[in-house]
Design a protein around this ligand. Structure first.
Ligand code: DX5
Ligand code: ZN
Length: 218
């Protein structure tokens, strides 16, 4: 599977979002990642479907939405209508997460599932028939700019082995604390989607940083 770089716009400068997006595109960004936070599921509030809609006007790169919200089913149709291709609810979100993932597929989206740092990889088995990718949180969700949790690397390798048994086409995304220094290792561990906020948008030269990250992950 070809590795894909997915900048998270959470770390972008919203006063000139379009400029930041253009720079990331010029560097070769493959996707863009939207961190959706409601102040309940995580202790931070970000933005909603309206920003996804604006992003669709700015870029033709595919979008994914990482739903850190307590009531994902209320918003899934809105994100898909806004043009988001891939949706990642949290497996810890509800007792009937299967229904949530089913809703994404029924609305014509591609489904992923997100695992918090303390959630075991085996938990993906219950939704495996519906998902295209698994997002491994390598920080506790809620904020950009946090330190990468070291055990996430071996967790990715463990998940890859499990997915090879269950459904080899499923891709692994890693999110949180991804840097120029660890991205190569994460590729070796088995990750396919590299979600990076600060590493991309806090760089002095965003375009060059995307190029460097892509080079380091390949
Ligand atoms: C954290 C988010 C991440 C965040 C990553 O809750 O899920 O996507 O934007 O930011 P960095 O790359 O700065 O850790
Ligand atoms: Zn995220």
């Amino acid at each position: 599977m070809k590795p894909l770089l997915t900048p998270s716009i959470l770390a972008a400068n919203f006063a000139h979002l379009e400029e930041d997006i253009r720079a990331a595109e010029r560097g070769g960004s493959d996707y863009f990642h939207l961190d959706i936070m409601d102040g309940h599921f995580v202790p931070n509030i970000s933005f909603g479907p309206w920003v996804a809609k604006q992003m669709k006007k700015i870029t033709d790169r595919p979008l994914d939405a990482h739903l850190m919200i307590t009531n994902p089913r209320e918003y899934i149709p809105k994100f898909i209508d806004a043009g988001v291709e891939l949706i990642y609810p949290h497996i810890e979100g509800s007792y009937d997460i299967y229904r949530t993932v089913q809703m994404i597929v029924d609305h014509g989206g591609r489904a992923g599932i997100t695992l918090n740092p303390a959630t075991p990889v085996e938990s993906v088995e219950g939704v495996i028939d519906l998902i295209d990718s698994v997002l491994i949180m390598s920080v506790c969700p809620g904020f950009g700019g946090q330190q990468f949790i070291p055990s996430s690397t071996s967790k990715i390798t463990k998940l890859r082995t499990l997915l090879d048994e269950l459904k080899p086409s499923v891709r692994i995304a890693v999110d949180g604390g991804v840097t120029l220094e660890n991205i190569g290792n994460l590729r070796k561990a088995g990750a396919d989607f590299f979600i990076a906020g600060s590493a991309v948008f806090k760089a002095l030269d965003i375009e060059q940083r995307v190029r460097d990250l892509k080079k380091a992950m390949e």
